[in-house]
Design a protein around this ligand. Structure first.
Ligand code: ATP
Length: 422
């Protein structure tokens, strides 16, 4: 599979991270005040003098998905020549494991650069305070005793559960990117991929990304997939209208990536959300996203419970039950304990079931057209065509290929399809 563009175009340097100047200044001021860092880096970026920033023990980068939190820490480590020790919720889950990983990392000498190490706890809000209490405590303990910079990221650190973490950290907010900046990044990618992209098309992608650059880049890659080298605003409209997989693709992606139950459930408020379609797509994409059997079975269990509600609604018309079904089908499928970290680009296939239905619908349409044509031209009823003529024609067509050809021409249906009808 081609390299996801979000990886290919991940900024390498601090300067390349767009539209987050304020966060860059704060992060750099903190690191330069408390740790060793190259002079020219500090001269350029360490612009803040506030005591609160300079005294902080750790930094918590907060903000919506896809705005550059993780990227910023990677770029920082590279700029100051530190080695990055990256941990996520599953490493942090047990305190012992965490201490082992971090402890080892901090004891061993650095292999690269300036000599320092920087610890990144990615997505600390993925920790469940109850089940992973040990993990949360261990992070706090590490922060209190650490001699190395510790940076965390979170989408929603304002949950009261994370109060103890907030209390000992400097919370730096990253904002949703502006539409202008998203368009600018997309334009650069188009140029570098040798594609001609209409300004208005890029603007439309940027608009629907709502400031999430990862989502915008993924969309652009999808529009230009298969080596396409042009993108017009009509392409976007056409794909949106003709290809239900785009809007369903986005819906699924949002459901699977939702961090919170409410975030997943809120997708049902989207005007393009069609719950019957969603059930079909979810059924076929759960194993694409959740590769572990246990996770997959929990997701299926919830979807099947939702389906029981739907069955009941259909029987009894008790529509007030629909919210229960949707909570299970969206929140339930999205929020699963020990959910794996999802890759940045997931290829959701078009459901087989819909393909088969579409095929048989097409075949039925062709058959009706053939019957209609023969009935009119032979002045007989349609049922007579169906019960007699088709079979006779079928037998004749075996020895005379002209019959198929002529029918094909008259009906504008290709010869192979005509053969399957006779
Ligand atoms: N400010 C930015 N400047 C340049 N590229 C960005 C920026 N924000 C996001 N990107 C692009 O989006 C991708 C995802 O960004 P990143 O992983 O840093 O997001 P995040 O804020 O950490 O999201 P999450 O909360 O989902 O982990 C990056 O690989 C990069 O290509």
């Amino acid at each position: 599979m081609a390299l996801p563009w979000v990886e290919k175009y991940r900024p390498k340097s601090f300067a390349d991270v767009v539209d987050q100047e304020e966060a860059k200044y704060v992060l750099a001021s903190w690191i330069c005040a408390r740790f060793r860092a190259p002079k020219d880096f500090c001269t350029r970026w360490a612009k803040k003098k506030d005591k609160e920033i300079l005294d902080a023990r750790a930094v918590l980068l907060a903000g919506p998905p896809g705005v550059g939190k993780t990227t910023l820490v990677h770029a920082l480590a590279r700029e100051i020549g530190y080695e990055l020790i990256e941990l996520n919720a599953s490493d942090v889950r047990t305190a012992e494991r965490l201490k082992e990983v971090v402890g080892r990392g901090l004891r061993e000498g650095s292999l690269f650069g300036y000599g320092g190490k920087i610890v990144l706890f990615d997505e600390v809000d993925g920790l469940h305070v109850k089940e992973d209490a040990g993990g949360l405590e261990a992070i706090i303990e590490i922060i209190e005793n650490s001699k190395v910079p510790i940076v965390m990221t979170a989408n929603n650190p304002y949950d009261p559960r994370f109060r103890p973490l907030r209390d000992i950290s400097l919370v730096v907010n990253l904002k949703r990117l502006s539409e202008e900046e998203v368009v600018e990044v997309l334009r650069r990618i188009c140029t570098s991929e040798g594609a001609k992209c209409e300004e208005e098309a890029l603007r439309s992608i940027a608009k629907s990304s709502l400031g999430d650059l990862r989502a915008a880049i993924n969309d652009l890659q999808m529009y230009l997939s298969g080596g396409r080298k042009t993108l017009t605003v009509d392409d976007i409209k056409r794909v949106g209208e003709r290809n239900p997989q785009l809007s369903m693709f986005e819906i699924l992606d949002r459901v699977y990536r939702a961090r919170w139950f409410d975030e997943a459930r809120a997708i049902s408020f989207n005007p393009s959300f069609d719950w019957e379609q969603y059930f079909i797509w979810a059924t076929e994409t759960i194993p694409v996203v959740y590769k572990e059997v246990e996770t997959m079975s929990v997701a299926y269990d919830r979807l099947s419970k939702a389906d029981m509600f739907i069955g009941r609604i259909k029987r009894t018309q008790e529509w007030e039950l629909l919210p229960y079904a949707l909570e299970l089908a969206l929140g339930g499928v999205s929020q699963i304990k020990n959910k794996p970290r999802l890759p940045p680009f997931i290829k959701y296939g078009f459901p087989q079931r819909l393909l088969i239905l579409a095929k048989s619908r097409e075949a039925r349409k062709r058959r009706d057209a053939l019957v209609e044509y023969l009935a009119q031209n032979l002045h007989v009823s349609r049922s007579y065509v169906k019960s007699e003529i088709i079979y006779v024609l079928g037998a004749l067509a075996k020895s005379d290929s002209k019959i198929v050809e002529r029918l094909s021409k008259a009906l504008g249906i290709n010869a192979i399809d005509i053969k399957t009808l006779l």
